[in-house]
Design a binder for this molecule. Structure first.
Ligand SMILES: [Zn+2]
Length: 214
């Protein structure tokens, strides 16, 4: 006879064994790896990046944080999340500058990674290969729902991937899209967070359909 109760028991696994939280925060054996934190706007990517970097600092790790120089909202030298937790960062014009400025860091954080070009993939791999823990945060999709810049390739080469979600402004479900509420064909509208709203798949599809009808 089919035993439903024992089936439930088998399915009830310990989530912490499957979900990546923080591997090897004490990087004393110097094995490098890449972690990606991706998702839509307002999904808490930067907050999660800052949380991991602050914990690495508490563990006495040498931490360096970079962001693309194009991202100049809020403060020139800080990685700032929307809820104003911040941490000092170095703006760089290109991904290769990260190699130049990485110094003797144990941990390197990179925010708004979608604004770098494909070179970032090579840079992150070089850093990880040399024993550095690399934590990358970025948008995985642009406002049209297409994979964004170097993020897809980074997802493929990273050891650990965390996808975070915002809340859909239409239905209250989990959102993965950054829907642009204004008409503009530019891929990047910087510092214009009031021009986007997070939407789930079905609400995003509905709004995109309505747009094409207009
Ligand atoms: Zn929705």
């Amino acid at each position: 006879m089919y035993n439903f109760k024992s089936w439930i028991k088998v399915q009830h696994f310990d989530n912490t064994k499957f979900m990546f939280i923080e591997k090897n925060i004490n990087n004393s054996d110097k094995k490098g790896f890449i972690e990606i934190i991706c998702g839509s706007m307002f999904s808490g990517k930067t907050e999660e990046l800052i949380r991991r970097l602050k914990r690495a600092k508490i563990a006495k790790q040498r931490v360096e944080i970079f962001k693309p120089a194009v991202d100049i909202r809020y403060d020139e030298n800080d990685v700032v999340s929307h809820d104003e937790h911040s941490i000092k960062s170095t703006p760089v014009a290109s991904a290769s500058e990260i190699l130049f400025y990485s110094g003797d860091a144990d941990v390197i954080g990179i925010d708004e990674a979608q604004f770098f070009d494909q070179e970032l993939v090579d840079v992150c791999n070089k850093l990880a290969n040399s024993g550095i823990r690399v934590i990358v945060a970025g948008l995985d999709m642009d406002y049209l729902g297409n994979p964004f810049g170097p993020i897809p390739s980074l997802l493929a080469t990273a050891e650990y991937v965390t996808k975070v979600h915002a809340i859909c402004m239409e239905c209250g479900g989990l959102a993965q899209h950054s829907y642009r509420t204004v008409t503009d064909d530019k891929l990047v509208l910087l510092g214009e967070t009031d021009r986007y709203e997070p939407l789930c798949r079905s609400c995003f599809q509905k709004k995109m359909k309505n747009e094409t009808k207009k």
